[in-house]
Design a protein around this ligand. Structure first.
Ligand code: CMC
Length: 402
């Protein structure tokens, strides 16, 4: 009574106050904790940005060293997890594997689970509670690259790699993905830095579907591993983190620049979607897409140009001049170019959403930590519905039903 469905898809509902990420969708502005994304992409490292997002300020040199040390020393995954990975079929989607893996490793850490502890572990701000929360944060960020690399290797029937020490976060990730028995393997510095910047760009984007899922799940005071697993499941969808994979599938289906006009017409007839275009918040180009476009050139200089690039450029050029897209303010988003870079770096298409999920773990944890410590404590997220089903009916035995 008195309820109405007012905001399908939450176009205009703010569910929390946040000081993490600022977006001005009309001006194409994105800032983490006040710092423009362009400055962070130019000057920072992924782990420095992770610290900034989670703790609110850029770290001092000492704080960064401690944070890097903790995260990188938590990259090792317990060998029990290997059984889980081996139980997946060879063609399992890596996002299914990754979300299951986050959920499963949560069961290794009893001290992380409020239900098992019989007390609320994360809303308090005393040093012991904060230290416990920090530990789960280090573990989740550290293990994200290892779990992702395990999901990658298990499908190729390859053995798992013990995470190295003394490498950067993205360097360790590339090492774990690619090392084939060569102890002195070193990733290309250009590709390592390119991936680091891509990770910075994907680290947070305020209350997108997956971050909202993490908060909704976390509001029941479940352990953060379960909340991150839920975020992963939400990110998997083609309208969200799966869009970078969908872009490549679309470009392959289009085949060549000559077929672009016909595809655009099919989009306008609503028979197809232009993946990698459009955004709930941005009504102009996504600022991350300009940075990514430059990274693409740096990566292609090392790997060679991706054969789909010409089709992508033609699609971009036609769409940006077409009234259908102009009137709806549809422009390229972060996923339009990122898939081309990942492909050039040799990643299989279905691994692209994983490359989105790994850095987004940081954003999810920043939002989760902020909610746990918000003024007045956590309130479980329990929205209402408007019931429009039948009134009371009496049960009819099956033989009497028509
Ligand atoms: N191709 C064709 N038409 C589109 C597209 C598109 N990619 N995106 C939106 N439209 C049309 C839509 O049909 C609607 O037209 P009309 O008003 O005539 O009915 C209008 O533009 C407004 O779109 P909307 O669906 O109301 O917008 P939304 O905010 O609900 O959806 C979106 C945002 C990102 C889900 C959508 O633009 C989309 O499906 N894009 C393709 C998938 C994609 O690239 N997703 C990645 C988003 S960025 C990274 C991330 O957050 O994960």
């Amino acid at each position: 009574r008195g309820l109405r469905v007012s905001d399908k898809g939450f176009l205009n509902t703010a569910v929390i106050s946040s000081s993490i990420t600022y977006i001005d969708g009309d001006a194409g502005v994105l800032r983490y904790r006040g710092y423009p994304i362009e400055q962070l992409a130019q000057n920072s490292s992924f782990l420095e940005v992770a610290y900034l997002l989670i703790y609110g300020d850029l770290p001092t040199r000492k704080n960064l060293e401690t944070f890097e040390h903790e995260v990188m020393h938590h990259t090792i995954v317990h060998s029990d997890a290997e059984t889980l990975f081996r139980s997946f079929r060879y063609n399992a989607h890596p996002m299914s594997i990754l979300s299951s893996a986050f959920s499963a490793i949560g069961s290794f850490y009893e001290e992380a689970n409020p239900s098992l502890q019989g007390q609320n572990l994360y809303t308090k701000t005393d040093p012991k509670s904060l230290a416990n929360m920090d530990k789960q944060i280090y573990r989740l960020i550290g293990k994200a690259i290892t779990l992702a690399a395990m999901a990658y290797r298990v499908r190729q029937g390859r053995s798992f790699v013990t995470p190295p020490l003394g490498m950067s976060y993205t360097g360790s990730f590339l090492y774990q993905l690619d090392r084939a028995g060569e102890e002195r393997y070193k990733p290309s510095p250009v590709l390592e830095r390119a991936l680091d910047v891509l990770f910075i760009l994907h680290a947070d984007h305020e209350l997108n579907a997956s971050s909202t899922t993490v908060l909704q799940t976390g509001s029941s005071l479940v352990d953060p591993y379960s909340a991150v697993a839920a975020g992963c499941a939400s990110l998997y969808g083609p309208l969200h983190g799966g869009a970078n994979e969908a872009v490549i599938r679309m470009l392959i289906a289009i085949g060549s620049p000559a077929n672009v006009p016909a595809y655009i017409e099919a989009v306008k007839r609503r028979e197809k979607v232009l993946s990698g275009f459009g955004h709930r918040i941005y009504k102009t180009s996504d600022p991350r897409s300009f940075i990514i476009r430059n990274i693409a050139d740096e990566v292609f200089a090392v790997t060679g140009k991706d054969e789909l690039l010409d089709t992508a450029m033609a699609l971009h050029a036609v769409a940006m001049k077409d009234e259908y897209f102009i009137s709806r303010k549809l422009a390229p988003n972060v996923d339009f170019w990122s898939g081309l870079i990942y492909r050039a770096m040799g990643f299989p298409m279905d691994f692209f959403p994983v490359l989105f999920a790994v850095p987004r773990v940081v954003g999810w944890l920043a939002h989760w930590r902020q909610m746990m410590h918000q003024q007045g404590g956590v309130k479980i997220w329990r929205p209402r519905q408007l019931y429009v089903g039948p009134g009371k009916r009496d049960y009819l035995p099956i033989y009497k039903r028509l």
